[in-house]
Design a protein around this ligand. Structure first.
Ligand SMILES: C[S@@+](CC[C@H](N)C(=O)[O-])C[C@H]1O[C@@H](n2cnc3c(N)ncnc32)[C@H](O)[C@@H]1O
Length: 295
């Protein structure tokens, strides 16, 4: 009998969001993004818009919007007085709800008109094409989401085609040099369900852009994740983190003993992690890629 295929974590939004939340608590993921947003992004944002007083933004896979709002406030600092049309593309109703609550709690967002698109990136693409939209975007971002589309290259091409003059497309994914890159290079065939989750890193995106002759800028953001709990048998949080790392629903309970042992061994291998003061610290380095309008 063939072993039943592992189920993707993405199929269970409630467990996905729970494991993502725990990942945020155990990692410097959002902190390293904030550092980038405050130190590097302002110069990138300064160059968009071509002097217009109204800017169109699209956020793809925005989650609960914490990072989006930080970017929007840097944008406002660089372009005081502009109004913003912000299209949010997010399939999880729970996350959209959280984003709306966050917006309702903030002051000074009157310059932004939010459009809530409860849909995936490819549904958004269909919807956009069906409506023959001619609107162009000044800034599009896809942060930690290209794993969840069927064809990351086609998705990039579509969103790049929406950029206006001086527009920028910002992509953040795990770096090819991260522990994730090592994990996926080793276990891609066992772990990645290419229909719904891709083990894609910025190294893959750079290869694709280089092959197409598309120029881009890129940055590496150092980041860490504490995965110590993964090594305690039947630890509930450890199991959630393992689900997030492997993108497999209930990995500990459904993977074969060999696969589980192999993944656990690799996760604490020096290629992926450092051990310090009894903690196992996984390399969660991120890569940022910034692409211009297609010429
Ligand atoms: C790892 S979270 C990142 C959230 C946010 N960008 C951040 O960095 O905090 C991935 C997000 O992508 C969303 N997502 C999943 N599949 C998607 C798809 N096909 N198109 C657009 N977004 C998707 C998920 O619901 C989730 O909110």
């Amino acid at each position: 009998m063939m072993a039943s295929p592992l189920k993707s974590l993405v199929n269970d939004d409630s467990r996905y969001q729970k494991s993502f939340q725990l990942f945020l608590e155990r990692s410097s993921e959002h902190q390293c993004m904030r550092d980038f947003i405050h130190n590097m992004l302002p110069d990138i944002l300064a160059s968009i818009g071509d002097g217009k007083s109204h800017l169109n933004i699209i956020g793809v896979g925005s989650g609960a919007g914490e990072i989006d709002l930080e970017m929007l406030s840097e944008l406002r600092r660089k372009h005081p007085g502009v109004t913003v049309d912000n299209e949010v593309v997010e399939p999880s109703s729970q996350q959209l709800h959280n984003y709306r609550i966050l917006v309702s709690q903030k002051q000074d967002l009157d310059y932004i008109k939010f459009t809530w698109n409860k849909m995936t990136a490819s549904e958004f693409e269909e919807h956009w094409k069906a409506k023959n939209m001619t609107k162009k975007a000044d800034f599009i971002h896809m942060i930690q989401m290209l794993y969840y589309v069927k064809d990351p290259e086609a998705t990039l091409r579509f969103f790049q085609s929406l950029l206006d003059k001086n527009g920028k497309l910002l992509i953040i994914l795990v770096s090819g040099e991260s522990g994730w890159g090592k994990l996926w290079r080793t276990y891609r065939n066992q772990l990645c369900n290419t229909e719904i989750s891709q083990c894609v890193t910025t190294a893959d995106i750079k290869n694709f852009l280089d092959a197409k002759g598309v120029s881009y800028r890129n940055y590496e953001l150092p980041s860490q994740m504490d995965i110590t709990e993964c090594f305690t048998d039947r630890d509930e949080k450890g199991e959630l983190l393992l689900d997030f790392l492997t993108e497999v629903l209930n990995f500990s309970k459904t993977a074969s003993p060999e696969l589980k042992a192999g993944v656990l061994e690799l996760l604490r291998h020096p290629d992926c992690s450092v051990e310090s003061e009894g903690r196992v610290i996984f390399n969660n380095n991120l890569g940022v890629i910034v692409i211009d309008q297609l010429v």
